[in-house]
Design a protein around this ligand. Structure first.
Ligand code: HEC
Ligand code: HEC
Length: 355
């Protein structure tokens, strides 16, 4: 009898211990879940520092650090005299393009009001922020889109006609020469032919589904609308000559021939640079949110560019080029929104067969 009783006591104690452990675990899990939800749905009042702090607090993304990344040379190395003045004017044009070349530009009106820096952040110096480190080292280069060799000034004019929805700048003008001089100065330490790994934008892993504009709208309303506006219209500065927050769609934004109109470029850019103030080490959005918000923004109306003369060899179109005809069987919709893995796989198979 006695022995039985002791047995019972022990199992009662064991049972209550297990209940205690299970309920502690339960409370912990609910707590973590609630914290994550809280930070996801908080509409941050953005200041760059706040954003990166909050991003790390959620524990959603780890700090990422890469070794041996390209860094822009120090501006104290810009020579004195006319060469230096040219380089500094080139930088000024990249930072405040619209003041000189926008709709109310003091030199001429050839572009839509955006600045190069709106996309090529920090005067083209930012890691994974569409920096221009690889330009001096890799141009002139053959471009499949035009089926020609393209010089630095030719590539700049590509952005004038597409990203800035404007017209070409005369390649012999003081302004074009200055921008080329600045870009050459910026890339002076990069060896010929080398493309630094933090140039351009990060290539995000593909989703296993199509990017979703409806989910992307929710991301937009939570993280972007406070600066870029309900209609993606951005916010003009008091001067009326450039934007405090540049437009993401509508008449004053980049056209459908621009690099950002391709989802991989947009998602890679946004992941490491938006909301404004974040960087590669501490991103805020997940890859999934970046792809979805790219799908939302690029499903909104924007200026159209006639691209009928582009891509003489249609099999050279990038996997996410949104306009047919294509050399493969995938639809325009899939080329625009994904899933991209099957398209990319079929491109690889074809190029292996050719080799
Ligand atoms: C709306 C965003 C946007 C604006 C504004 C913009 N660009 Fe670009 N630019 C891009 C994107 C995206 C790419 C990469 C496109 C690609 O490779 O598919 C790019 C590529 C370039 C390149 C080639 C980079 C390389 O490594 O091959 C140069 C040079 C360049 N831009 C210069 C400029 C200049 C100068 C201006 C201003 C006159 C400007 N861009 C304005 C988005 C923009
Ligand atoms: C705190 C304000 C702010 C928020 C929030 C913000 N942005 Fe931006 N965004 C900017 C500024 C400022 C620039 C221009 C950067 C510069 O000129 O240095 C910019 C530039 C851009 C550009 C390139 C230029 C253009 O107009 O196409 C894109 C694309 C962009 N933002 C997308 C987004 C997306 C998507 C979100 C939400 C995930 C977002 N931004 C949230 C301020 C913000």
């Amino acid at each position: 009898m006695k022995i039985n009783l002791e047995d019972n006591d022990e199992s009662v104690i064991n049972l209550s211990r297990s209940i205690l452990v299970i309920s502690t675990l339960f409370i912990l899990v609910v707590g973590v879940f609630a914290t994550v939800l809280f930070f996801r749905n908080t509409n941050f009042n953005f200041s760059p520092n706040q954003v990166s702090k909050s991003a790390s607090k959620t524990g959603k993304v780890k700090n990422r650090v890469l070794a041996n990344l390209w860094k822009a040379p120090s501006e104290s190395t810009i020579p004195k005299g006319t060469k230096g003045e040219e380089i500094l004017y080139g930088k000024e044009l990249i930072v405040h393009t619209s003041k000189y070349l926008g709709p109310k530009g003091s030199v001429m009106a050839i572009s839509n009001g955006m600045n190069c820096q709106n996309c090529h952040n920090d005067a083209g110096k930012k890691s994974f922020g569409l920096n221009l480190s690889a330009v001096a080292s890799t141009y002139p280069q053959f471009k499949a889109r035009s089926n020609t060799m393209v010089s630095i000034s030719g590539r700049i004019n590509g952005c004038f006609q597409r990203s800035l929805n404007g017209t070409k700048l005369d390649t012999t003008s003081k302004e074009m020469k200055a921008m080329v001089a600045y870009i050459k100065w910026l890339g002076q330490d990069v060896k010929k032919g080398v493309k630094p790994k933090n140039s351009g934008v990060e290539k995000l892993a593909f989703l296993d589904r199509a990017a979703d504009p409806i989910k992307g709208k929710a991301v937009y309303l939570n993280n972007c609308v406070s600066c870029h506006g309900k209609n993606g219209e951005g916010l003009l500065a008091a001067s009326g000559k450039e934007y405090t927050y540049p437009p993401l769609w509508g008449n004053n934004s980049y056209n459908d021939g621009a690099g950002l109109y391709r989802l991989s470029n947009f998602a890679g850019f946004v992941k490491n640079n938006m909301p404004f103030g974040i960087n590669y080490e501490n991103p805020l959005l997940t890859d999934e949110e970046s792809w979805d918000v790219a799908a939302f923004v690029n499903s909104q109306p924007r200026p159209h560019k006639d691209q009928s003369k582009d891509w003489k060899q249609i099999d050279k179109k990038p996997f996410d080029f949104p306009f047919g005809p294509y050399a493969d069987k995938f639809s325009e919709k899939q080329h625009k929104y994904g899933p991209f893995a099957p398209i990319s796989e079929s491109k690889k198979l074809k190029s292996n067969k050719k080799a």
